[in-house]
Design a protein around this ligand. Structure first.
Ligand code: FES
Length: 81
C-alpha cells in the first residue's frame, strides 16, 4: 500500500526501515522523521502524516523500548499551601 505519494513510500518500506532501525539500535525512539531519513526521502505536502503514523503505530517494533519505560517520575499530586 502506498502511504506517501510525494516520496513514493509504501507501508512495506516503512516496516523495513523500522526493523532496520530497531536492529541497529534497540533503544531508539522511532519517529516519522527518522523513518523518512532512514529511507533517504523527505516529506513534501504532509498529507500522509496521519496514515504514516497509523502504519508506525501498527508496527510492533515502534513501541517505547523496555529500558526506557517508566523513566518519568510520577507527578506529585499533593499541593503544599
Ligand atoms: S503524501 Fe507524503 S508528503 Fe505528500
Amino acid at each position: 500500500m502506498i502511504v506517501c505519494h510525494c516520496a513514493r513510500i509504501k507501508s512495506s518500506d516503512i516496516q523495513a526501515a523500522v526493523a532496520w532501525m530497531r536492529a541497529a539500535d534497540p533503544t531508539a525512539l522511532i519517529t516519522p522523521g527518522k523513518v523518512y531519513r532512514a529511507l533517504g526521502k523527505r516529506p513534501d505536502c504532509g498529507g500522509c502524516v496521519a496514515l504514516f503514523v497509523d502504519v508506525l503505530r501498527a508496527d510492533q517494533n515502534t513501541g517505547v523500548p523496555p529500558v526506557l519505560r517508566g523513566l518519568r517520575k510520577p507527578a506529585d499530586r499533593r499541593r503544599t499551601r
